[in-house]
Design a protein around this ligand. Sequence first.
Ligand code: SAM
Length: 225
Amino acid sequence: MDNNEQQILHSWAVNAKPWTRLVRDKKIESRILITNKAIVEAVVETQPKTFLDIGCGEGWLCYELFSRGFNGWGVDGISDLIESARCMGDVRFVVSSYSDLPSQKFGVINQFSCFICNFSILGEHTLHEIAEAGQSLLESGGKIIIQTLHPVISCGDFPYENGWRKTSWTGIADESFHPAPWYFRTVESWIHDFHLRNYRLLKLLEPYHPITKKPASIIFIFERR
Ligand SMILES: C[S@@+](CC[C@H](N)C(=O)[O-])C[C@H]1O[C@@H](n2cnc3c(N)ncnc32)[C@H](O)[C@@H]1O
């Protein structure tokens, strides 16, 4: 794991408690207005028999999907976040980095019909690790549903090209945050990197803000060949 990727995990370990409060107190406007509904709808439309929520954080999306009758697991590299998820009553949560996913056990499920990554592919190599994990943990024809910041919007004034970026924010609402670097990818590069690894793009969605009409995120749905 390179230094930037290590810093991402370190920051999430520091941010685990404030992040859990922010999500559960519904303090992130874009999530409440747009992106939570968008990812839930994308999964529901896919109708997976089983899902793996990769980088599940404190587990809100797993619980939303459990309540709708979907069977699956959540996984995250930060033990405090997984503990917060389990505290809500379900045991289907595992602590793992993305690189260790293929060696984990998920009850009786050996292969999933869907991976979900909701704002959780933050590094350069993490995309490759998840694509690689899919070779053993995802059924042939299985889907990877990814929601992330829209590259055209999140690019800001920087050149529209792949590369590591610094986070400018150190807080949301009343909570302070330990900043972490993140890896910017163009839309073309997201698609190209999955195509190279034997996945094809099935669908691309651009949920937008109801008032500004600007894209709030982008959702890619890939299928394992
Ligand atoms: C922005 S949060 C999103 C959490 C959750 N998906 C949600 O929608 O609330 C990103 C999550 O990805 C996890 N994560 C990032 N890189 C990881 C890695 N290499 N291995 C394991 N977890 C990772 C972090 O611990 C964090 O919980």
